[in-house]
Design a protein around this ligand. Structure first.
Ligand SMILES: *Cc1c(COP(=O)(O)O)cnc(C)c1O
Length: 392
């Protein structure tokens, strides 16, 4: 140790000290809304249909660990993440529920980590199955690893060709150390008004299931439905469903809103750090992409694109203060934004600004941002970065 260092470094305030987490900008997680959404989704399912909660991308930006704990308390049976690292993060937090890795596993390092951490991989090719079987043989002979076979029924992304399902299933089933836990596929267009492609995918999945059954195999679990599939058709449910977006209280498409009543789980808040008057003609922020057309009062807020506020919303977004909508002006910068707060003359430094969420009668949603940007709410949600503390 270098002698010039103090013996004891100052400690960051305790994690449970939420005052510390509310100093600058933060994400607020409404765990009651999350539990409500789980129950709403469950109400659409047959009694023996299980739920696999998709908590990839840090629980769609909400914080995967806290989200996972709450939904497990709501008796959700399964978790799914995209990457091995995401699975390890949940296991390290003490979560013991079965975890499916949705992404492909093509290296020995990944295969060994999966075995070591008790994760359950997706298998799309026979090569992946062989890799995993060999990794288990080396690490823990005798302990079978549960794997999940993925078919491509029309998404044209990950998965084995659905027409080769029987051969694929048979080859994996013949390998040592692997136990097949489920057969699954993924819907490409379930949020579309036109159900044609979804119906085709369901029909292909059904044919693959029937063919595997005819070959003498019993498949423990079958799953196809994402949030949209769950809402659109119970023929997509089988005995396990994989909701993501709907857990977090958003609808995959406006026409699916009447099906159940969901509540947004995430809000984003930040504090005002400085207030000042500027004269007509003054430019604001990088590039002076806003010029004051009158004398105005402006406020600086401590949140920026590094936190997940898309820079393309510059001069195009509104936030809420004291239950009123307030326009953002000038370029959004990495760590802060500027507001025109002329309408609130007695505004104070330290006041809380609602960036997304509800303030009185005002509600600003991820869908509002997504519509403004021509993207989808999924991308907005998982854009909120680790720099924002998650407060519940
Ligand atoms: C992300 C994902 C889901 C969840 O989709 P939502 O539309 O967010 O409900 C389900 N299954 C797979 C394979 C996924 O990658």
């Amino acid at each position: 140790m270098n002698d010039s260092h103090p013996e004891q470094l100052p400690q960051r305030p305790a994690l449970e000290d939420t005052d510390w987490d509310r100093q600058r900008a933060w994400v607020e997680i409404d765990l009651a809304a999350l539990a409500h959404n789980v129950r709403q989704i469950r109400s659409l399912l047959a009694p023996d249909t299980q739920i696999m909660a998709v908590v990839k991308a840090d629980g769609y930006g909400h914080g995967a660990i806290e989200i996972a704990r709450t939904i497990i308390a709501e008796n959700v049976e399964w978790l799914a993440v995209a990457t091995v690292t995401e699975g390890i993060e949940l296991r390290s937090a003490g979560i013991v529920a079965p975890i499916l890795i949705l992404g492909a596993v093509n290296t020995n390092v990944q295969a060994q980590a999966i075995a070591k951490w008790g994760l359950q991989p997706t298998i799309c090719t026979i090569e992946q199955a062989i890799l995993l079987s060999k990794a288990i043989a080396k690490l823990a002979p005798g302990l079978p690893l549960t794997v999940h076979l993925k078919l491509d029924t029309g998404m044209s992304r990950l998965g084995a060709d659905w027409q080769q399902a029987v051969a694929f299933y048979r080859e994996v089933a013949s390998l040592p150390y692997l136990r097949i836990g489920s057969l699954y596929s993924h819907l490409a267009t379930a949020d579309d008004l036109d159900p044609t492609v979804m119906e085709l995918q369901i029909a292909r999945f059904d044919r693959a299931i029937a063919a595997i059954g005819a070959a003498g195999y019993t498949i423990p679990l079958l799953h196809l439905a994402n949030s949209a599939g769950i809402l659109v058709s119970d023929r997509s449910h089988y005995n396990l469903v994989r909701p993501g977006l709907s857990l977090y209280g958003l609808y995959p498409a406006p026409h699916l809103q009447p099906k159940i009543s969901l509540q947004p789980v995430l809000s984003v808040k930040a504090r005002i750090s400085q207030i000042k008057e500027i004269a007509a003609g003054t430019g604001v922020s990088y590039g002076h992409r806003f010029i004051a057309d009158r004398d105005m009062q402006i406020a600086v807020v401590e949140i920026g694109y590094a936190d997940g506020v898309p820079r393309r919303l510059s001069n195009r977004m509104q936030v809420a203060i004291r239950g009123c909508l307030v326009p953002q002006i000038g370029s959004i910068t990495m760590d802060r934004i500027v507001l025109d707060v002329s309408q609130i003359p007695d505004l104070q430094v330290g006041e809380i600004v609602t960036i997304l969420g509800r303030d009185g009668t005002i509600e600003i949603t991820a869908d509002d941002w997504a519509n403004e940007l021509g993207t989808i709410s999924w991308e907005i949600l998982c854009g909120f970065k680790h720099r924002l503390p998650r407060v519940s």
